[in-house]
Design a protein around this ligand. Structure first.
Ligand SMILES: *Cc1c(COP(=O)(O)O)cnc(C)c1O
Length: 414
């Protein structure tokens, strides 16, 4: 190994999966047999036992009183939502389409919350009729809900999504602080709360979501602390006691070289301290943590088959039957500023010591269709299976499957 190679930061070990007979094992099955069972490549596979383990590990570290919600936009596959609905305390939906999947999956409507900056009137109506909690994001929604309630003769359960005056430091994606389309600025919240009271909506709490994909526990603790303080101040203006305080999430997973798994212990300790304060200061409130990526991201792999192998000006290209159109985030085109490789391997040769530098590309006619840029991978041939790890979140549903007219991928829960 040359000096420069040794100095390159490496991907965190994807030790959530084991290797048997040289092959990656997913859902208890060797990859080549799993591919045979699925009947086609490309596919996504999500490992149930990893999903269960992740929720159990969180429950161990979070105070018992904290409710754990699954933000299903991270992975809306109905079978995954069904499994998660049985493991967590509630589901967070971002559209009436997701609401349907959550309710079909058996989620308790009283533990479903609905957020999103552009809720159409028909979606608000569906939410009221379903008796789920609506996270209000504008004054217009209050007016619309007042009319819907009188029409249906039902109350509207609402929380207020606050655009805080701080952000989650070091987040992959900032969703609070500064001007934002999400929620209502903290400065306008007292006025919004008054209008909720006048409209007779059933106020139940606050929702603060400051950012996403964060690997620094101290930044998450700081955001939770500030969210709590802010909610405490705003509660003085509320038309009813706070029953839910949704502190958001933002827990990240490692994707790129040099990144490490989040340290949950300080977050658990911090929440325990806040929960103790809330016991005295907001006695009717339960804390909610809403997580998407952290719950499902590490449990999933994307698998494509190599259909060609060729050299261009000294660089090895492995051409796969899947790529950007199924897995936009692994191609680096879903919000990344600088493209970096996701962890990738050749899954049916996972522990092969025979390696070479190769780039894995997809079948699309665009140079953006890149799954691995000059990575050190097991030497692969046509027919071998490329695996992209950390693919359980923002994969299939976050990708432009119609682009270029290739076949859609399949998803399995194993
Ligand atoms: C997207 C989203 C989440 C989930 O974010 P992750 O980074 O996947 O954990 C949670 N809450 C809200 C309001 C969201 O929009």
């Amino acid at each position: 190994m040359s000096l420069t190679e040794r100095q390159l930061p490496v991907h965190a070990t994807m030790n959530q999966f084991s290797v048997r007979d040289g092959e990656l094992v997913v859902g208890g099955e060797r990859l080549s047999l799993l591919a045979a069972r699925v009947g086609q490549t490309p596919f996504y596979a999500y490992d149930r036992s990893l999903l269960r383990d992740r929720v159990a590990a969180l429950r161990d570290l979070l105070p018992k009183s904290v409710k754990l919600h699954y933000a299903m936009k991270a992975n809306p596959m109905p079978a995954v939502v069904g499994l998660m609905a049985g493991l967590v305390d509630g589901i967070d939906v971002a559209s009436a389409g997701e609401l349907k999947v959550a309710l079909d999956a058996g989620a308790n409507p009283l533990e479903v919350s609905f957020a999103g900056p552009g809720k159409r009137d028909v979606e608000l109506r569906q939410a009221v009729a379903s008796r789920v909690l609506i996270n209000l994001e504008s004054f217009r929604e209050v007016v619309a809900l007042e009319a819907i309630c009188s029409e249906l003769g039902l109350p509207a359960r609402v929380a207020v999504r606050v655009n805080p005056d701080f952000e989650l430091k070091g987040s992959g994606m900032k969703m609070g602080g500064g001007p934002k389309q999400f929620g209502v600025d903290v400065e306008q919240i007292p006025e919004l709360l008054a209008s909720i009271g006048r409209a007779g909506l059933a106020f139940e709490g606050f929702h603060l979501f400051a950012g996403s994909q964060n690997l620094r526990s101290e930044a998450i603790c700081e955001a939770q602390q500030k969210s709590y303080e802010l909610a405490l101040r705003l509660a003085q203006h509320a038309p009813a006691p706070v029953r839910f305080l949704n502190l958001g999430g933002g827990f990240g997973i490692p994707y790129f070289p040099g990144e490490r798994r989040l340290d949950l212990a300080p977050i658990g300790d911090n929440l325990a301290r806040l929960a103790q304060r809330a016991h005295a200061e907001l006695p009717d409130a339960s804390f909610v943590i809403e997580l998407g990526r952290y719950l499902v991201g590490e449990a999933g792999v994307y698998v494509a088959r190599i259909v060609d192998r060729k050299v261009s000006r000294g660089q090895m290209y492995l051409v796969a039957d899947g790529g950007l159109h199924h897995h936009l985030s692994a191609s680096g085109n879903f919000g990344q500023v600088v493209r970096k490789n996701y962890p990738v391997t050749i899954g049916n040769k996972a522990d092969s010591q025979e390696k070479e530098t190769s780039s894995v590309v997809g079948p699309l006619c665009t140079p953006l269709d890149l799954l691995a840029d000059r990575m050190n991978l097991p030497v692969a041939q046509v027919g071998d299976l490329v695996v992209v790890f950390q693919s359980g979140a923002y994969g299939a549903s976050a990708s432009p499957q119609g682009f270029l007219g290739h076949p859609v991928c399949v998803e399995v829960l194993v």
